[in-house]
Ligand binder design. Structure first.
Ligand code: UDP
Length: 332
């Protein structure tokens, strides 16, 4: 693949899978990352690294000095709904303030295409399932609101400056690089699949199921888990589509799985029981979030390669089994 790309947050979970994809295809990649949550070990040799925050004007200037870029992929952000309810202004500073600085710099440097990591949190407690791009945007957290604000800024950056953008609303990113090079390593980990795997492997505590009295068939929340490599490939599909104008896509598989179904999948894959107990609901958790991926499938050739929960869990489990300390050195 020809081209030179800036990837902010390229050392993070989803970003690193895109960087691997781009480098595998022969693209030139510059990563801007401050390693607040990313991992140096997740970056391939071929990627050029600028260490620093988007909030640091010098780091931003250093990154754009590596251009010109054919596109910017913007992953660097804070992304925890619960945390955003505790420190909302930090989320607006990091996600909106720093995001605007990046968009500004992209426009100033003549970048024509921008791909934003957005979120299903834009939709809050969705009234209709599956959630389409026409569903009401009504974020129920500062995290979701911060991404909506950035989407709006990109809308106007297109109208006024001609910067074409793809806003990709991720549902639940999960799984790991099928080639085993990359995986999920959040600290602290808050996500269901890695926590269930750690509980099964004896690497973490018993899992707490956040609510067994939700209005769902088994009482636990339903989510649309999408393989992280499929998510990464969707960025390239969306990018190719930008010639036709800016787009927003909901990115999931269109299939929902309950917390209990995820636990059962982890037990099947690992061959071990997942120690788990029922706990109270987690504030802000909508009972059901399932995407309609119809629009991206109609407008691009993107299809999930790993739509099955079993495959998603299998790749996540394989990486964790082989990296019980995540990206920490001296893993074994
Ligand atoms: N969940 C759970 N126990 C945990 C972590 C998550 O029951 O320790 C549930 C959570 O309530 C949600 C689903 O698992 O319904 C997925 O949560 P996760 O944090 O992975 O992603 P989110 O949907 O919040 O983006």
């Amino acid at each position: 693949m020809n081209g030179r790309f800036l990837v902010t947050g390229g050392a993070g979970y989803v970003g690193s899978h895109l960087v691997a994809d781009l480098c595998d295809q022969g693209a030139q990649v510059v990563v801007l990352d401050d390693f607040s949550t990313g991992h140096r070990e997740a970056l391939p040799e071929a990627a050029r690294l600028i260490t620093g925050s988007l909030g640091d004007a010098a780091a931003l200037a250093a990154a754009f000095a590596e251009g010109p870029f054919d596109a910017v992929f913007h992953f660097a952000a804070r992304s925890l709904v619960g945390e955003s309810m505790r420190v909302p202004l930090d989320y607006f500073r990091a996600n909106v303030g720093h995001g605007l600085a990046l968009i500004d710099a992209a426009v100033a440097h003549g970048v024509r295409r921008f791909v934003l990591s957005s979120t299903a949190s834009l939709f809050g407690e969705a009234a209709e399932i599956p959630i389409t791009e026409a569903s009401p945007l009504q974020p129920s957290s500062p995290y979701g609101e911060s991404k909506l604000m950035l989407e709006r800024a990109l809308f106007w950056a297109d109208r006024v400056h001609g910067l074409k953008s793809a806003c990709l609303r991720y549902f639940n990113a999960a799984g790991a690089d099928p080639a085993g090079r990359l995986g999920e390593d959040h600290r602290p980990e808050t996500h269901l699949i890695p926590l269930a795997i750690d509980a099964a492997l004896g690497l973490g505590p018993e899992l707490t199921i956040f609510g067994t009295d939700h209005p769902t068939p088994d009482g636990t929340c339903i989510r649309d888990y999408i393989h992280v490599s499929d998510l990464a490939r969707a960025h390239l599909a969306a990018l190719a589509r930008l010639e036709g104008g800016s787009v927003a896509y909901n990115l999931g598989t269109g299939h929902g799985h309950s917390v209990r179904a995820v636990i059962a999948a982890v037990e099947r894959v690992s061959g071990r029981a997942v120690p788990a107990r029922a706990g109270p609901r987690r504030p802000g958790d909508p009972p059901i979030l399932v995407a309609s991926p119809a629009r991206i499938q109609a407008e691009t050739s993107w299809r999930p390669r790993f739509p099955d929960l079993h495959e998603i869990v299998r790749t996540a489990h394989a990486w964790r089994r082989d990296h019980p300390k995540g990206y920490a050195p001296n893993n074994t």
